[in-house]
Structures are given as structure tokens and as C-alpha cells.
Design a protein around this ligand. Structure first.
Ligand code: SAH
Ligand code: SF4
Ligand code: F3S
Length: 535
């Protein structure tokens, strides 16, 4: 049993890829270990979205590299977006890296590992030449941007998604939640972003594959599924156009933005994002929560909102990043919408779903961003009831249009000041959004037990009901001053974090992976707290 350590950086796509890679390796007889020191194969699944993300990975690579130079027999692999972006340059600059695999080629990873293992053992016996680059690296280059038919026929990556192991995961703390990819890649080419290069063209998975995967996850005990796509609302599958050799529908390259602008004229049957959501909700009644990220603030039709309105188990959560509140900056970013189109979309969504919770992302210090542009961003943050925003300082990324054409002319001190200012504004907005929940009752899905010493823990003595069943009163009670405080923490349907106090770790653990109603009694900008309801 060869021990493998896999560390993941970056977004949920990477987390899912790591899970699939682990599944493949375990099926081949490898064991996954939790500590890097226990492993003989070390893999870093990397992110390239900002320079800081890459630096984190480089420092880890450096540490393992030093161990190898000191004589330890290890295999070091870099997989994911950084491998794709850096390409073979990474081998030149970091000769301790044994193998490299881009996110579009992960189905080939076991083969690469095998190549390296065989060669290393032969080299130890003194009878092997170093491996050719092609045998220790798998990068998509621009292969994934070929024609629809070719890409569909060659979609080996679909087999990776289909190979998913449905047994409970060994490493995850949240076995009750799972990600399911619906779209790979991205065709939007926002000028600052590496994702269209590292992940390749937008490819939609056949709806039958997605529904089947969701069903099997629910059968295996998953209660919450998050559908993943870089622009998840652009999901659009045209049936009958791409078929595999064995007659099944194949993944298919996205049709481009024009498909959303003009009414579709052909007779082809299309599964839209709205139809996909409806299908999953309808066909899998045992699924308690269905959610999706990330929404592109364009082409988010009323049909999607109507499905949400009519489907109680779809979460009231919309992550729709605006990136900037200035039309001029949005144009330079190639985002394809104006601020008023964005606010129209949010207002329309809140009009149809008043309990919708909204989150976003903003980039500050994009090239040429003036005080006035930044003010417009602040105005947008004050205008929209965001529950939270991820705020990033612009990071120039080689290979992107912004890097090639626009000077990174906002000084770092200004970026930092804008970042802090926007964060402070957002904290105030978050405080209001969370405060509004006080007095309400919300369904919470519990994820995590937290134990902390609390000198001022308050006494609570709620009567409990869990999904309609009386819950033994003794499991929750009061905590005395100076005692350990045990909390069970979960999320509302709108993704607001909510904590309740429990009597013991055991009683808190009992709630993990379950939903229960909580009466909200207090709020901070980041956290709701309350007690389980009586009924
Ligand atoms: N597909 C998603 C975002 C994926 S990347 C969308 O379009 O909304 C996640 C976030 O990283 C982006 O929303 C953006 O805010 C940020 N980001 C991407 N490239 C960046 C860069 N070069 N510098 C700083 N932040 C960046
Ligand atoms: Fe990047 Fe834009 Fe695609 Fe999001 S939509 S992944 S920001 S190119
Ligand atoms: Fe990073 Fe790649 Fe995700 S660049 S954000 S890991 S798609």
C-alpha cells in the first residue's frame, strides 16, 4: 500500500477534482494519508487565480524539494491549474517536481504516477534513463478548444467524473455534502482571469449523467448537493448532437453567449439550467438541499427564479459576483454587463424570492481604477443586501488580456486601503443582513462541532424537536461559567452560518448532517445564534 498525501488549494472545482483523484488512487490500491510526513507520494492540487495562491504552493513545493535533495525517496507531483499555467517551465524551475498534470487531464494521473514509480525503482538499480517529459506530464494546452465534435469524442475527463466512488469519504469532515460538476471550463474570458486558460473551454455534462450522479450520492447518504460551474446558469445541453461510441450522450462544448441572446430557432431539444434544476429537485425527493455556484450576473432568466420559487429544497442562495460597481471598469474587465443590468438582476431576483440571500466577489485596484470608480463599487455594496463578499486585490496574471494590455498601475498601498475600506463597508452590510434574521426561525443543516472555553457562557434550556421527532432534553442543557462551551454550527438555506449551544460533544455530534429548525436570538456580521425550536 503506497501512502499518498494530497493537499488542495483554490476553489471548489479543485476540491472536487481532489476527491475524484483520491477515489481513483484508492481504487488502484494506494492509501491516502493525512500528514505529509507519512507519504511517499506528495501531490499538490494547485490554484493560479492570484499570485498569492501560487506562492503558497511554491513554498510547499520548496519544502518537499528540500527533503528530496536531502535524500528522501519521494515522488512530488503538481496537479491542477498551476501545472497548466506554468507548463513545462515548472520542471525547469523546480527540478524536484517529478510529475505534472493539468486539471483537464486528471484521468491520466495514475498512469503518470506509475511511470515515475517504475522509472525511479529502475534507476535505483542503475538501469533506466530519466523519463521523457511526455511520460511525466499531462497538460491540455489548447486541446480543449477544438471543435465541439472533437472535444466531445475525446472527453476522457467525463470518465473521471463518472468514476466517482460513492462510499463515504475518508478525509472529509462533511460527508453529508457533495459537489457535482455540471459544467467544466469557462468561455467568458474576463480580462483578469486565468480560468479559461487553465480549465479550457466550457463543456456541459449530459443531464442524465448529472442526475444519476446526484441520485447515487443521495443513496450513499448525502443530504446536500452543490452543483458546480464557473458560470453555472449558462448550463445548456443540446440533445442529440454529441454521442459516444456506445451510443450515450457525450459532454458538449458550450454554444457561446449568442445562444442566450436569441431565441433558439431549431427543433433540437435543449436542457437549460432551469430544466436541470427542476429535474434534480423533482426526480430526487430524498435530496434535502440543492444549491449551485457560481452564477454569472448575465442571462439569469426568470425561468431559473421560477424553479427556485417552486422548489422548496433548492437553497435560497445566490453567489453572483459583480466584481466592480463602475461601468468603465466592468467594460475593461470584459464582464459583459453594466451596473444597472446587475442591479436589475438582483432586484428582479429579490422581487421573486424575497428570502434570497446574496453573496458576491469584488476585485479592487484593477488597472486604471480611480477613486471615483472605487466610490461606485462602495455605492453598489451599500445598495445590495449582500450577506458577504469576497474581496480581492487585483493580481496581474501572465497570459491574461489585462496582463498583456493594461499596466498594473494602482499602487499596492491603495489596493490595500480600498480592500480594507470595502471590507469595513461589507461588515456593516453583513451586520444588517444577519440582524434582520433575529426573531425568525430558520432551517439549519449542521456541519461542524466546535468546542471552546467560554468564560461568559449563558444558560440555555431549550425543549427540542428534531425533524418532528422529540429530541431527548438531556442532550442539550446549560453551560456554567468557566466550562467548556460546545456548539454545533451549520448553515441556513441562504448560507448564513448559525450556531447553537449544546450540552456535550456527543449531543452536538448527533446533529451533524441533519437539518433542524432554529429560533434565531442573536446575530453578529458573521454568525447567527439561537436554539432549536420547540415544535
Ligand atoms: N467564475 C466565477 C469566478 C471564479 S474566480 C465568476 O465569474 O464569478 C473567483 C474570484 O477570484 C473571481 O470572482 C474574482 O473576484 C477573483 N479573481 C479572479 N482573477 C483575479 C485576479 N487576477 N486578481 C484578483 N482577483 C481575481
Ligand atoms: Fe474567470 Fe470570468 Fe470565467 Fe469567472 S466568468 S471563471 S471570472 S473568466
Ligand atoms: Fe484556482 Fe483553478 Fe479554481 S485557478 S480558482 S483552482 S479553477
Amino acid at each position: 500500500m503506497v501512502p499518498v498525501y494530497l493537499e488542495t488549494f483554490g476553489c471548489q472545482m479543485n476540491e472536487l477534482d481532489s476527491e475524484l483523484v483520491e477515489g481513483q488512487l484508492i481504487a488502484l490500491g494506494y492509501t491516502m494519508v493525512r500528514h505529509v510526513d507519512e507519504a511517499s507520494i506528495i501531490l499538490f492540487n494547485t490554484c493560479s487565480v492570484r499570485e498569492q495562491a501560487e506562492q503558497k504552493a511554491y513554498s510547499r513545493i520548496g519544502i518537499v524539494g528540500a527533503r528530496k535533495r536531502a535524500g528522501e525517496e519521494l515522488i512530488l507531483g503538481v496537479i491542477g491549474c498551476m501545472a497548466e499555467r506554468d507548463g513545462l517551465d515548472l520542471f525547469r524551475r523546480h527540478p524536484q517536481v517529478d510529475l505534472m498534470c493539468g486539471p483537464g487531464e486528471l484521468d491520466r494521473l495514475p498512469q503518470l504516477i506509475d511511470n515515475v514509480r517504475r522509472t525511479q525503482s529502475m534507476q535505483r538499480q542503475g538501469d533506466a534513463d530519466p523519463l521523457a517529459l511526455a511520460d511525466r506530464s499531462a497538460l491540455a494546452g489548447n486541446r480543449s478548444r477544438r471543435s465541439t465534435t472533437l472535444a466531445a469524442a475525446e472527453d476522457n475527463l467525463e470518465s473521471l467524473d463518472l468514476s466517482r466512488a460513492f462510499t463515504p469519504r475518508s478525509r472529509s469532515t462533511k460527508e453529508h455534502s457533495a459537489y457535482v460538476r455540471i459544467t467544466r471550463g469557462c468561455n467568458k474570458f474576463c480580462t483578469y482571469c486565468v480560468v479559461p486558460t487553465t480549465r479550457g473551454a466550457e463543456v456541459h455534462r449530459p443531464p442524465d449523467h448529472i442526475v444519476e450522479e446526484c441520485k447515487r450520492l443521495v443513496d450513499a447518504g448525502v443530504v446536500e448537493i452543490t452543483l458546480l460551474g464557473q458560470t453555472v446558469n449558462h448550463y445548456r445541453y443540446q440533445h442529440g448532437t454529441a454521442v459516444t461510441v456506445d451510443g450515450r450522450e457525450a459532454p458538449q462544448v458550450g454554444p457561446g453567449l449568442s445562444a442566450f441572446r436569441t431565441a433558439y430557432s431549431g427543433t433540437a431539444r435543449i436542457t437549460t439550467f432551469a430544466a436541470l434544476l427542476h429535474r434534480i429537485h423533482h426526480e430526487i425527493p430524498a435530496l434535502r438541499r440543492l444549491r449551485f455556484i457560481t452564477s454569472y450576473p448575465r442571462d439569469f432568466g426568470d425561468d431559473i427564479l421560477a424553479v427556485l420559487r417552486d422548489s422548496p429544497r433548492i437553497c435560497r442562495y445566490l453567489h453572483a459576483p459583480a466584481q466592480s460597481g463602475s461601468d468603465r471598469i466592468l467594460r475593461l474587465m470584459n464582464r459583459g454587463y453594466t451596473v444597472s443590468e446587475y442591479t436589475e438582476f438582483i432586484d428582479r431576483s429579490l422581487g421573486m424570492l424575497p428570502d434570497l440571500s446574496i453573496a458576491g466577489d469584488f476585485i479592487v485596484g484593477f488597472p486604471t481604477e480611480s477613486d471615483e470608480d472605487f466610490e461606485a463599487t462602495c455605492a453598489l455594496v451599500k445598495r445590495i443586501p449582500y450577506k458577504n463578499n469576497f474581496i480581492f486585490k487585483y493580481s496581474p496574471r501572465p497570459g491574461t488580456t489585462a496582463f498583456e494590455r493594461l499596466k498594473d498601475d494602482v499602487p499596492d498601498a491603495t489596493k490595500r486601503a480600498r480592500n480594507n475600506h470595502l471590507l469595513a463597508l461589507q461588515t456593516e452590510v453583513s451586520r444588517q443582513v444577519h440582524q434582520r434574521m433575529v426573531g425568525a426561525t430558520a432551517e439549519v443543516l449542521f456541519d461542524e462541532v466546535r468546542v471552546r472555553r467560554s468564560p461568559r457562557a449563558k444558560a440555555i434550556s431549550p425543549q427540542l424537536t428534531l425533524r418532528g421527532k422529540p429530541f431527548h432534553e438531556a442532550t442539550v442543557g446549560h453551560t456554567d461559567e468557566g466550562h467548556e462551551q460546545v456548539q454545533c454550527v451549520g448553515r441556513t438555506s441562504g448560507d448564513l452560518i448559525c450556531a447553537i449551544t449544546c450540552k456535550s460533544e456527543e449531543s452536538a455530534s448527533f446533529l451533524i448532517g441533519k437539518t433542524a429548525f432554529v429560533e434565531i436570538t442573536a446575530a453578529t456580521p458573521l454568525l447567527l445564534s439561537g436554539a432549536l425550536t420547540h415544535s
